[in-house]
Design a binder for this molecule. Sequence first.
Ligand code: V47
Ligand code: SF4
Length: 383
Amino acid sequence: MNSGNVPHPAILIQDSSLSPALKAIAQKIINNERITFDEGVTLYKDGELGYLSSLANLVRERKNKNYVYFNHNFHVEPTNVCVYSCSFCSYSRLIKHREQGWELSTDQILDIIKKYDNQAVTEVHITGGVVPKQDFDFYTELFRKIKAHRPNLHIKALTPVEYHYIFKKAKLSYKEGLEKMREAGLDSMPGGGAEIFDKTIRDQIAGGKCTAEEWLELHETWQNMGMHSNATMLYGHIETFEHRVDHMERLRQLQDRTKGFNAFIPLKFRNKDNEMANVPEVSVVEDLRNYAIARIYLDNFDHIKAYWAMIGRSTAQLALNCGADDIDGTIDDTTKIYSMAGSEEQNPKLSTQELVKLIKDVGRIPVERDTLYNSVKDYSLIN
Ligand code: V47
Ligand code: SF4
């Protein structure tokens, strides 16, 4: 099977203008073999979009057939005040300028949750800045209250950046802290805060927050408890291709041990109103190449997500032919992280009908899923 109008890679192998190295990589992928770090770098350096999308599509259709997943979700951003000052962040207001930001109370957050009482949402995604007041007790109480109000709402909340800070302050090990969070109602962890694992780059753009090793350890601890999480990579700023492959290699190794990641989400660096505004954004072609290489490299990840709120819905549609099989969700205009950083989606909100159309327009079959990729509604059965 080969859908989405992407040519099968067998045609590539016959192309006399293709270098022997790219031919050998294509053959490996056709044979379902894992590619190496150096081959990943070769793909970034020499792989053209047509070649990459053809290979990525083969991998995505082996794993996910012609399906594209989405969910009914909304976000809560408890604060945009932050003790850290990542230079790519357009969103946070430093603690010393907190009057320019917001810090929601538990009741204010519950009021947001209650607005969805009569809607078929399955997931709330909670993340934001890091502030001393929103500590261990704040979040465990919040999760308990959300579950008391709506037990079936999946809580996907906080990243290792927040957990590392919160657990340190509460003098809890990662395992103790995560077990208590789970008891309080935490269902899964989103993929944020990963940025780029390479220490030199991480220190420059996200100095002071949890290290790559701490990020990975928190996810490993959570996944060893039988739980699931996502992983992101912030790309297209001052990192090199080698740094991107290094990032994915560390994720691939962890996934080999745990199988606990649901999805990988490449996050395109957006440069509006942040300290890195002088760094140009990469092109859409580079975005698509990056999705394709992620799909090829992360052979043990089931899903690659094109986060439409960040790249815009048109690029997200194109990504569905370059390895991505998930497009995130309805969002309902509840996140500010990307609009403040300059995304074309200034008020990210899509109805089910709009998402379904977006997916069908590129020849794919929409499936509404829950956070753990159980099917809620399969549109192949519906016209
Ligand atoms: O960790 C912040 C990124 C992340 C910018 O797990 C930026 O399903 C680009 O992780 N340009 C938070 N990126 C968002 C996130 C996420 C989003 C959607 C779905 C899931 C999931 C997770 O946003 C941060 C940071 O890497 N970010 N500023 C910026 N200027
Ligand atoms: Fe704070 Fe997250 Fe922004 Fe960094 S990216 S400054 S940790 S809100």
